[in-house]
Write a protein that binds this ligand. Structure first.
Ligand SMILES: Nc1ncnc2c1ncn2[C@@H]1O[C@H](COP(=O)(O)OP(=O)(O)OP(=O)(O)O)[C@@H](O)[C@H]1O
Length: 491
């Protein structure tokens, strides 16, 4: 495959140091990961397209354009692209800057090969990652209250979460359709994968697709496939995700975003267990277990006529709701420790632990961005911590988390102080959060208010907003779209 080939490589590596480039190349080759290398960021710009499915691993400091400059361009051209920034240990703070600008992950040099491989595995785009067959040896094993699999570890310490995963395991043995609901970043994808890994289909493929991330015009062909010449640009026949998921599981994320015409076709496929590629009349068998997810209220969408009722009932045979993080407080510290052990390994600081003040703050913060926000915060704090402890200030929860709950600014302690621990504000934050519930404001409006407040605070800069909110760029995009449709914003 050549660099100009329209089919992207799973990894694009940009590193100007020849020795390091070669060392990384050896690691990638040994792990059978296809890649292409570049010495300068500029040469990668022509490859950036909205549908680029790859992990871009780039050094920060390069001759000419920096890795950060490239990241900023990539954010515009292909906002869902996973960019991993490498920096030298002495420049670890640059990695924070990169995370703020939207980098998915970082590597502090020197790093061990396994760190690189883990990061690539974690950040594989859906279309590449999901075509993998997850073998039984990779399947999760229950270890006390922790459920583990190599690339996808699950933490379940709160009774609420333990019950959720138990529910997953109960339904896993059947072929029942499952509808996973919950706010953005609560772990819906993880739940879907867990069901697959515990099902009799675990030896088959697990294919995930995000209905909101794919333009409506492409979604049909991606789901159902097409024949050569069936539409302009269909230069070769393409199998759809249903065909690829034969004898496995298909995860349809953000199903509420699926256009009405496709809803009808999806319903037919679910009923008949057969697909017809675009431009073909041949019926192809698709023995697929479907798990759908949404952070919208699908029943409301059914009522308002935006989602087909018959499809809703077909998908929601077994509903699983994943609760917001703030409502399962016993998960917070185990999750924080779990992410801490993952990210401190990136910088070779195994001694790094959470201070008591940081733990207290984590336990009482409201977590509007749920587990994804917690992960982002720990990822950044690992870089910000100077000593052996992550202090409350390193979490940079600042006033936004507190303000989002309506706390007066002067009630917020100075989190930049390294003094430990004087965390009173979050306590009142928790009270205010429950006050909001008590006065009847539903979670969706709390979330919407928070997102719009954060956007206003960063002057509409979406890159900054997603970083603060701990949600993906695509999640923000479609949320804004739905607010616009509902008349909450003008543009
Ligand atoms: N119980 C958990 N244990 C470990 N990691 C978790 C857990 N729950 C969520 N995560 C991690 O949090 C991040 C967000 O989870 P996930 O993508 O599954 O959320 P989601 O609800 O599908 O989000 P979205 O609605 O935005 O697609 C992922 O990196 C995931 O691995």
């Amino acid at each position: 495959m050549r660099a100009s080939d329209p089919q992207p490589f799973p990894v694009i590596l940009i590193e100007d140091d020849e020795d390091l480039r070669e060392a990384i190349a050896v690691t990638l080759r040994m792990n059978k990961i296809d890649f292409v290398t570049h010495q300068r960021a500029e040469t990668v710009i022509p490859l950036l397209r909205p549908d680029l499915k790859t992990v871009l691993v780039t050094d920060y400091k390069l001759p000419g354009m920096t890795g950060l400059d490239l990241l900023k361009i990539a954010q515009k051209e292909c906002p869902d692209l996973a960019v991993v920034i490498m920096t030298a240990f002495a420049d670890a703070k640059l990695a924070v800057e990169a995370l703020r600008a939207g980098a998915r992950d970082f590597l502090i040099k020197p790093f061990v090969p396994q760190q690189l491989i883990d990061i690539i595995a974690r950040n594989q785009p859906e279309s590449i990652q999901t075509s993998e067959v997850v073998t039984p040896t990779q399947a999760s094993q229950l270890v006390g209250s922790e459920i583990r699999s190599p690339a996808h570890q699950l933490i379940a310490a709160d009774p609420e979460t333990i019950a959720t995963f138990a529910r997953c395991e109960r339904v896993a043995g059947t072929d029942t359709s499952v509808l996973v609901t919950g706010q953005s970043g609560v772990g819906k994808e993880l739940v879907a994968r867990h069901i697959h890994l515990h099902s009799k289909r675990a030896n088959g493929p697990y294919i995930a697709i995000n209905c909101a991330a794919i333009p409506d015009t492409l979604l049909e062909s991606i789901l159902f496939g097409h024949e050569k010449g069936s539409f302009t640009g269909a230069t070769k026949a393409q199998t759809g995700k249903f065909e690829q998921a034969h004898k496995g599981t298909l995860f349809l994320d953000e199903i509420g975003e699926m256009p009405a015409t496709l809803q009808a076709k999806l319903l037919r496929v679910l009923q008949d267990k057969m697909v017809e590629r675009i431009g073909s009349t041949e019926l192809i068998q698709a023995d697929v277990r479907v798990i759908a997810a949404t952070n919208r209220n699908l029943q409301e969408q059914v009522k308002s006529g935006h989602f087909r009722e018959d499809l809703y009932f077909r998908l929601a045979v077994f509903p699983i709701h994943v609760t917001e993080l703030r409502k399962r407080p016993l998960d917070i510290l185990p999750l924080a420790d779990f992410f801490l052990s993952r990210y401190r390994m990136n910088i070779g600081r195994d001694e790094l632990v959470l201070s008591e003040g940081a733990k207290k703050l984590l336990k009482t913060y409201s977590w509007p961005g749920n587990v994804r926000e917690l992960e982002n915060i720990i990822q950044r704090a690992v870089l910000l911590a100077d000593g052996d402890q992550i202090l409350a200030g390193d979490l940079e929860l600042g006033d936004l988390g507190a303000n989002s709950l309506g706390i007066a600014k002067n009630a917020i302690p100075d989190l930049s102080s390294t003094e430990e621990p004087i965390m009173d504000a979050p306590k009142s934050g928790t009270n205010i959060a429950s006050d909001i519930d008590e006065i009847g404001q539903d979670i969706d409006s709390v979330e919407r208010d928070h997102i719009l407040k954060v956007l206003a605070k960063v002057d509409g800069n979406r890159t900054k907003a997603v970083e603060i909110l701990g949600i993906s760029a695509r999640a923000l995009r479609y949320k804004l779209k739905s607010y616009k449709e509902a008349g909450f914003i003008n543009n």
